[in-house]
Design a protein around this ligand. Structure first.
Ligand SMILES: Nc1ncnc2c1ncn2[C@@H]1O[C@H](COP(=O)(O)OP(=O)(O)OP(=O)(O)O)[C@@H](O)[C@H]1O
Ligand SMILES: [Mg+2]
Length: 442
């Protein structure tokens, strides 16, 4: 039997319906995947390229609405066919703005299923192109990159420009801002995505090994070099090498890199002959290379060759608009992973996340949500957030405050987060209750 190339994922908690649909689909030679819960469906979606999602709406734990929302965000092009016993749900589905969705009302005949499947597969891609409005487009993830801020939008536009060529790219940004994520998106969204993507943490490999690890070595190049060996550059040939923490590369590595960039060739350690290489180099760092150049720790000529295209990934505090979407993603991810259900965030906790400065950026946000999901029951409250967030203090942007005022506001803040429990607040502040009252009345 010849399988059609389409993979169809069927999600329904009712096994009999699941199997009925599967039997029909198989009789038309589609390849099918089954999931009896949203959690399983998400796992399959992660591992397998799916061409059509057929889902029920009413399911225990997490329902089909959430799955539709998840799919619309993460796989915006994936056609969706909703099989429902309640035709009236169409309206509520539109209300969650999930793009184009086709429906099939239960009970259905085999012929109805067939035409619904065929229609949604062929029409969804076209419909998407026409109905996607720019404003909605902005919230859709790009690869794994989430964000609705202007800054993320600009990055995506650069990626679109560079993904199909081999220009050298330099990504700068604080720790945890998503530099590696951007590098992966450049590779995997582009036309060389089938070639290898190799990430090398130049800070994680001992300095004396980095050179031979990157460029390979010949037999006898150094003690222990018993045969010729390829390095990461040869391994990534045709694709992308991502040189993370480039600021940690020694001067020797730097001059070899310069040669790769200038001549498009690599010389193994211990070799005379160069090998031609066709590779895209993406370098990243969170250290200040300009400062390193001044101190003669980094070669200026290399710097300019690396920065053919520059991408600056802004810290999260400069694009706080992205916090809600990111939070939603992490809530979903860890809710499914740890609690088998969707975890919500209280308005108070939301406000704290929005107010905080996020020195560890997206990675810190993810860790905070992960921990809070574990700690909470169904809803994340302020008490489930780490102390550093609860009691973080933000100064108003419109000027600095007298110490007395800062003190007063801080006391109020601690009181608020302890639900006005003065004993607790006094403990946190390291003063006694009387002093709190006194300071507030002053
Ligand atoms: N815009 C984003 N959307 C979704 N996830 C993100 C985004 N930015 C970062 N992340 C997630 O945050 C984590 C940190 O990102 P990444 O490793 O790319 O940061 P980095 O800038 O390379 O950090 P470091 O300098 O510490 O290596 C990853 O788990 C990544 O998936
Ligand atoms: Mg990184």
């Amino acid at each position: 039997m010849q399988l059609k190339k389409e993979n169809i994922l069927i999600v329904d908690d009712d096994i009999s319906i699941l199997e009925l649909i599967q039997r029909h689909l198989q009789s038309w030679n589609y390849h099918t995947y089954k999931a009896v819960s949203v959690k399983e469906a998400v796992q399959i979606l992660r591992d397998t390229p799916i061409d059509l999602l057929i889902t029920d709406l009413k399911m225990p734990e997490i329902d089909g609405f959430e799955l539709i929302k998840f799919v619309s965000e993460h796989y915006p092009k994936l056609p969706k066919l909703v099989v429902t016993g309640y035709p009236s749900v169409q309206d509520s589905l539109h209300a969650i703005k999930s793009g184009v969705i086709d429906y099939l009302t239960k009970p259905f005949t085999k012929a109805e299923l067939q035409s619904a499947v065929e229609n949604s597969m062929k029409s969804n891609t076209d419909k998407n192109q026409f109905t996607a409005k720019p404003s909605e487009e902005k919230n859709k993830p790009y690869g794994d990159i989430i964000g609705s801020s202007e800054k993320i939008h600009e990055i995506i536009q650069i990626i679109e420009r560079v993904k199909d060529n081999k220009a050298t790219i330099f990504i700068s940004g604080e720790s945890g801002t998503g530099k590696e994520l951007v590098a992966r998106a450049i590779h995997y969204q582009g036309k060389f995505s089938r070639a290898p993507f190799i990430a090398v943490n130049c800070g994680g490999i001992p300095e004396n090994l980095l050179e031979s690890e990157l460029f390979g070595y010949t037999k006898g190049a150094f003690t222990g070099a018993e045969k010729n060996r390829d390095g990461f550059f040869q391994a990534a040939n045709g694709g992308t090498i991502f040189l993370d923490e480039i600021g940690n590369a020694s001067k020797a590595v730097q001059s070899r890199l310069l040669r790769v960039l200038q001549e498009k060739e690599v010389v193994k350690v211990g070799a005379q002959k160069a090998e031609k290489i066709d590779i895209r180099i993406i370098a990243a760092t969170n250290s200040d290379l300009k400062e390193m150049i001044k101190n003669e720790l980094f070669r200026e000529d290399l710097y300019y060759r690396l920065t053919v295209v520059e991408i600056e990934v802004a810290p999260l505090r400069d694009r706080k608009e992205d916090i809600p979407l990111l939070t939603e993603k992490f809530l979903f991810k860890y809710g499914v992973e740890y609690k088998d259900r969707l975890i919500k965030l209280s308005p108070e906790a939301t406000a704290v996340l929005q107010r905080y400065d996020w020195p560890g950026n997206i990675r810190e946000l993810e860790n905070v949500i992960q921990r809070a999901v574990i700690m909470c029951d169904r809803i994340i409250e302020i008490e489930h957030l780490p102390d550093s967030l609860k009691y973080s203090i933000t100064f108003p942007e419109d000027g600095l405050l007298p110490l007395k005022e800062v003190e007063k506001r801080y006391i109020q803040k601690v009181l608020h987060s302890t639900n006005d429990n003065k004993t607790k607040a006094a403990e946190i502040l390291g003063i006694d209750r009387k002093t709190i009252r006194q300071k507030l009345s002053e």
